[in-house]
Design a protein around this ligand. Structure first.
Ligand code: ADP
Length: 616
């Protein structure tokens, strides 16, 4: 298979530079504040409890070490003076209580975290979906953007909390370290310096490797996306038919494996390097520990400190070092969490151009739809999809669009429904520029069925009701619309009629034939009773010719005052339209009624005769 190359994206370059600078290192805290804000606004009480417990869990270990030293000294004194062990037992009880408190604090921390994780996951998912509702179609068609969306959704429930937990963990370990340091400083400030300095090399290495991992992660996301996609193709019912018949399975699975192998190679290299360095630098810490141990032991023998103090200092040193490594691990994890949060916020802050105006009606309703020299190029596309389109459709008129695949028919509809805005020129409805129309008012006017209309895995009735969100669950309206869309006949034969579940994702879900789905989609358009512009983008291709003609006729009868636009390859239907526009590579090359175009004897006439001959 072709090996995808990775053009150095801008984000990577920035990350590359950041990886080595101090600013890059402090970058691990970049999103901590925002994560904290998120957690705070999700549940204040839980956040406060979490903070309090973090503090307690930070301070207690040092006091345990301190009590431990008192116990040893008390034991030694008791042995020397041959007195009763009352004080020793008291101290042991106190230490026991403190240890129990630490356990309680830790348990409490994990409870808070579990609860917060659930709430936060839901909150972030809702934020992501709410944002998705405000986005333009072009966002969904943009692969980089889609990347952000999938990544943001995949780890929504864990990452923000993880960042907060790690930040808190850092604070907790920091507090412990300070308290150890305070106690240890009584022995010697130099010991504190050794403890901290011994951790520095490992710390720097960890920061560097975490930065590498961070960059690898970002760079790799198109590949991870491909893996996710392959999982979908291989694992879902809508692809199963083709995958089986064409025997694509093994090949796609091989691709899936290939991607893993490549990713794994990089991961292995990084992991090995990271751990080799970790081990070597860790040795420095061990050497420091045993150096300090010897020093403390010698001081004890020289009676500079007591036996109890010795146990305490050794324990402090040991725990101090594990505190330092816990901080290292937290920093490593925080890089990844930051990566996640940066994609999340990049996604959430995607600017959405406000193209919507406030107009709910136009000054000249009799003007209908008017395209004035409209051209359009898809973002990132090189060629224009539509060029210099000028046409007008008055109320009561119908238009059929004819042309090869890719000639721009659907694009024209996307512009009319304002899913995209023209690159130049303008489109008017009732004499009012589309850009000025209020979004809802505009959408209410238009009923449209695209070739790739949605097949909701919901009730049959809801699939019809989807055409008008206000009456999504209104069974009476479903029935009326289904009758107009020629769907009621087959719906009534379904086991639960309008309440039959569709789609294989759910238990007892029924699958419909292509033609039946189209009738559902058609009925959906009829739900929009207020719509006076009806657009059918090859909605009837899977129906027989008879049904298509009937549907179109029906439309026209309903639409004395309505505008109907039809895209079809069936000339028997197309010829019924008042106006026919032939598109070729984004431009209108012929326009007129069936008779006019036949007389013109151009493309339309040729295509028409070609198809008519097939029927003779
Ligand atoms: P038709 O409906 O006539 O088959 P379309 O309007 O769908 O054709 O497509 C017109 C042209 O625009 C084609 O060249 C197609 O490749 C391109 N195109 C369609 N959709 C997109 C898109 N989302 N992004 C970029 N180019 C597109």
């Amino acid at each position: 298979m072709a090996t995808p190359t990775h053009p150095p994206r801008r984000a990577n370059v920035v990350a590359d530079r950041e990886g080595v600078t101090l600013r890059g290192f402090f970058g691990v805290f970049r999103y901590s504040r925002r994560a904290l804000e998120l957690v705070w606004t999700t549940n204040r009480n839980l956040t406060l409890t979490l903070a309090a417990l973090t503090l307690i869990a930070g301070v207690l270990p040092a006091s345990v070490a301190y009590i431990g030293s008192l116990i040893v000294d008390a034991v030694v004194t008791a042995i020397r003076t041959a007195s009763v062990a009352g004080r020793v037992v008291d101290l042991v009880v106190i230490e026991g209580v403190l240890v129990a408190l630490i356990a309680a604090a830790q348990r409490g921390l994990s409870v808070c975290q579990s609860l917060l994780r659930a709430q936060l996951g839901q909150r972030v998912n809702v934020m992501i979906l709410e944002k998705a509702l405000t986005l333009d179609l072009q966002h969904f068609e943009d692969s980089e953007f889609y990347d952000k969306l999938t990544r943001a959704r995949r780890e929504a429930s864990t990452r923000p909390l993880s960042l907060v937990t790690r930040t808190f963990g850092l604070v907790q370990n920091g507090i412990s370290l300070v308290s150890y340091g305070v106690l240890l400083a009584h022995f010697s400030p130099w010991a504190v310096a050794v403890l901290l300095l011994a951790g520095v090399p490992a710390f720097v290495a960890e920061a560097k490797f975490s930065g590498d991992a961070f960059r690898l992660f970002r760079w790799r996301s198109p590949e991870t996306r491909m893996q996710l996609y392959l999982e979908t193709v291989l694992g879902r019912e809508d692809h199963a038919k083709e995958v089986k018949l064409y025997g694509l399975g093994p090949r796609l699975l091989e691709r899936y494996r290939d991607i893993f192998r490549r990713i794994y190679r990089e991961d292995r290299a990084l992991t090995l390097r990271r751990d080799a360095w970790g081990f070597c630098l860790g040795l420095i810490a061990t050497a420091a520990l045993y150096g300090a141990y010897a020093w403390i032991a010698v001081s004890t023998v020289a009676r500079v400190i007591t036996l109890g103090q010795m146990t305490m200092y050794v324990a402090l040193f040991r725990q101090g070092q594990s505190g330092v490594s816990a901080i290292l691990a937290a920093v490593g994890g925080m890089y990844e969490d930051n990566l996640y949060l940066s994609t999340l916020y990049e996604y959430l802050e995607t600017p959405v151009p406000q193209r919507s105006g406030a107009a709910v009606r136009g000054p000249h309703p009799e003007d209908g739809i008017r395209f004035e020299d409209v051209s359009f190029t898809y973002p990132d596309a090189e060629e224009a999809a539509l060029e210099h389109i000028t046409l007008q459709l008055r109320p009561g008129e119908s238009l059929a669009l004819v042309g090869e695949n890719g000639s721009g028919k659907t694009t024209l509809i996307k512009l009319l429904t304002r899913l995209y805005a023209p690159t130049s020129g303008r489109i008017l409805l009732d004499g009012q520029d589309l850009a000025v129309w209020d979004e809802t008012a505009l959408r209410e006017r238009i009923g449209v069925i695209f070739q790739d209309f949605a097949r909701y895995q919901m009730l049959v009735g809801e699939n019809v009701g989807a055409g008008d969100e206000r009456f999504f669950e209104d069974e009476t309206r479903w029935r009326t619309a289904a009758a107009k869309g020629r769907a009621s006949e087959f719906i009534e034969t379904l086991p639960h009629g309008y309440n039959t579940q569709l789609g294989k994702w759910f238990r007892d879900g029924r699958e419909l034939s292509g033609g039946q789905w189209q009738k559902i989609a058609l009925s959906r358009a009829f739900m929009r009773t207020r719509a006076d512009i009806l657009v059918l983008d090859e909605p009837t291709a899977a129906m027989d010719a008879q049904a298509e003609a009937e549907v179109f006729e029906h439309f026209r009868q309903l639409s004395r005052e309505r505008i109907t636009i039809l895209i079809s390859h069936r000339f028997s239907t197309v010829r019924m339209a008042d106006q026919i526009a032939v598109l070729n590579r984004g431009a209108i090359v012929e326009r007129g009624s069936h008779e006019e175009l036949m007389r013109l004897n151009g493309t339309y006439a040729r295509l028409f005769s070609l198809q008519a001959r097939g029927y003779r």
